[in-house]
Design a binder for this molecule. Structure first.
Ligand code: N7A
Ligand code: ZN
Length: 258
């Protein structure tokens, strides 16, 4: 009987591959005991220029804080990355309730929210849109958020959210340093994956920070007060904008031992 169920499971996973057309989809559940400590993983080098910050855009799925990627001032390199990658935007995923919200999970532990800092390989590709569809095109840093003390650095962003309540709204937003949302401990997991929303292209090197940052209940409530819907349409709160975990398939998650 066991062999029968094993065959069904493998068939189901191969079926999922056929349906989703991918063998390296994101997010995943990271099983820390199965991750491989890789001594060759160097620390990440993260350098952001607050003056590159341009605007906030409610795209009807999350709110994106967008950066000027025409210069080389806001970049990440090192760690698992062969090249330097430019910051394009950052956004969050969160739940309607505190027991869900993050896309990645750690040993099935869910956080109430997850930050994604989206970077593209400016050494190999000319534009972000080209990089999205290319191997080694993107590097996304994931940071978990847990409820606790108010995050002072995040408050400037929270105060601007009412201006982008509705889908397709934008507001000018400048002089914000995303470094304030990087944990002081730079330990991370890394694995090859995909975008978690369409086009879900398998072009992402994921770097998931091991330690969460803290933010306050009121700050999470401000996220939940955004709307999926445009002005004049039925009010639908922007919540539960996360994807379910995907099969690990034939992948290894590597971990630092900083
Ligand atoms: N959640 S995630 O994996 O970090 C992610 C990041 C970017 C995107 N997509 C994106 O930036 N698209 C901009 C335009 C796509 C095609 O032109 C989707 C998901
Ligand atoms: Zn995301």
């Amino acid at each position: 009987m066991t062999l029968f169920f094993l065959v069904c499971l493998l068939d189901q996973q191969s079926w999922q591959t056929q349906i989703q057309g991918g063998s390296r989809q994101s997010p995943i559940d990271i099983r820390s005991s199965e991750s491989v400590h890789d001594p060759q993983l160097t620390p990440l080098s993260i350098s952001y220029d607050p003056s590159d910050c341009l605007q906030i855009w409610n795209n009807g799925y999350s709110f994106l804080v967008e950066f000027d990627d025409s210069k080389d001032n806001s970049v990440v390199s090192g760690g698992p990355l062969e090249n330097h990658y430019k910051l394009k935007q950052f956004h969050f995923h969160w739940g309607a309730e505190n027991n869900r919200g993050s896309e990645h999970t750690i040993n099935s532990l869910v956080y109430p929210a997850e930050l994604h800092l989206v970077h593209w390989n400016a050494e190999k590709f000319r534009t972000f849109d080209e990089a999205i569809f290319s191997e080694n095109g993107l590097a996304v840093i994931g940071v978990f958020l847990k409820l606790g003390r108010k995050h002072d650095g995040l408050q400037k962003l929270v105060n601007a959210l009412p201006a982008v309540k509705y889908k397709d709204s934008t507001v000018e937003f400048s002089n914000f340093d995303p470094s304030c949302m990087i944990p002081s401990c730079l330990d991370y997991w890394t694995y090859p994956g995909s975008l978690t929303t369409p086009p879900q292209t398998e072009s992402v090197t994921w770097v998931i920070m091991k330690k969460p940052i803290e933010f306050g209940d009121d700050q999470l409530s401000a996220f939940r007060s955004l709307l999926f819907t445009p002005f004049g349409e039925k009010l639908e709160n922007m919540v539960d904008n996360f994807r379910q975990q995907q099969p690990l398939m034939n992948r290894v998650v590597r971990a630092t031992i900083l």
